[in-house]
Design a protein around this ligand. Sequence first.
Ligand SMILES: [Zn+2]
Length: 568
Amino acid sequence: MFLDQVLQATFNINSMFKIKTLTILCLLLTVLITNSQSQTNTFTRADTLRGTLSPMRSSYDINFYHLDIRLDIDKKEISGSNLFIFTAVQDLKRIQFDLFENLNIEKVIYKGKEIPFNREFNAVFIDFPESIKKGSKEEFRVFYNGNPTIAINPPWDGGFTFSSDQNGKPWVSVSCQGFGASSWWPNKDHQSDEVDSMLISISVPKGLMNVSNGRLRSAKELGDGYTQFNWFVSYPINNYNVSLNVADYVHFEEQYQGENGNLSLDYYVLRENLEKAKKQFGANVKPMFSVFENWFGPYPFYRDGYKLIETPYLGMEHQSAIAYGNKYLNGYRGRDLSGTGLGLKWDYIIIHETGHEWFGNNITAKDIADMWIHEAFTMYSEALYVESREGKAAGAKYIAGIRSNIMNNKPIIGTYNVNQEGSGDMYYKGANLIHMTRILLDDDKKWRELLRGINTEFGLKTTSTEEIVNYLNKVTGKNLTKIYDQYLRFARIPVLEYKQEGNLVSYRWIADVRDFDMPIRIKKGNKLQWIKPESEWKTIKMNSAFSPDTTNFYFKLRQIESGIGHSE
Ligand SMILES: [Zn+2]
């Protein structure tokens, strides 16, 4: 709030004194923003340990985890171990992994022997007895126990949710995006490194079922009142996607004939909701896959199948095991985020969270500061779903509708290396940015190729803003860098100033990015015409009112009185 007022004041002063060049203003704004951020964001040693890819983390590449834990529901306690199999990227002797400090580490075993460890906040450092040479593959196992954090407002704050179904049977889930997978299991808790595959063994009291990611390999009676469910994930997976869901679930299934053949759709829901679930999932899931596969390419995890699992919280994009808690309502908990009515015709959580299978799970940001890569494209996928059912104009209307949720309070990109995501505008404003990119490309065939290509190029990998913007530039053949910089790195949107004098209209961009020059479309008669405003005034002949395409482009339009603001 404070920053906005400061910026507004700067603008007023600027127009009063008619500063000729924008350069000074841009610099001033940069300083103000930088100062404001350094005043409001104070990062700690713990943030750095969590968010920085230090040599003690980058020196090893995780290949495989076997998480093997028991869940004591009465005590709200977990106990067990995680096996790390890794390859040394360089010679190393000491490495860091992560586990929240409220959880107890019993021992770390390497080659059959305990090795020393020490802890600093949520980071754990281990020392191998001898140097491990670059290229060698090694493993160690961490034994631990304790009471993991309980979420107060899941999935937003992260942690476990202990609930129960209508029959009073336990219903337990976990969600930890942003908060950290190390809040409940030991791992290298940095998004840049994903395991190649993972075995998840969760033991739960007999009579309950655990559903995790991947495929169920076996369910084993342990003979002590517990059943162990062994789930195998055969693809790279983000730490925060690893999940457990425990309840007296009932299961039903469908098959989808998709681009890569037969895709299994498995659903796990509470006994009391079976009929509702059949209806809601039946209406939403298959139509969604046909839209998403068409635009984004094959579902990225065919071998592992696709699952929807009912959870006590709203939802989360857990890879191949989507958490579903939208109570079988259309919209977002029965609401339409776009305010157009178009959002009430489908189940928001099914569509949104599944969109993440392509953007977030398949393509993952290395640093959570770049989380817009997950959320902007995923929210945009909602518009493509609307478009497929209601037509192209409806998709654009949906995108324009969600703008009412944009705050323009701080940049979409967060702070790097401290595990800090940026503004929630990454959703609504981010989706608008993706939509504008399509309009700028002005070639839907190419746009579809781009969306499919991005999933091939960056699929099953981790990436960054720079790589994604470079890719967009390359494929579109346009230089979008200034546009992405303005919308991602600054809080405010650009302002298109114009003035109309007789049949002449002058226009220019006011933006934070120097020489911002995004082309836009205007209505001229019955036609749309491209113009390319820049920071200096340009003039065109118009016989009607100046009418830019504000449905497809998101910016501020400001008419100024004639005679004001002539630069020369
Ligand atoms: Zn999302």
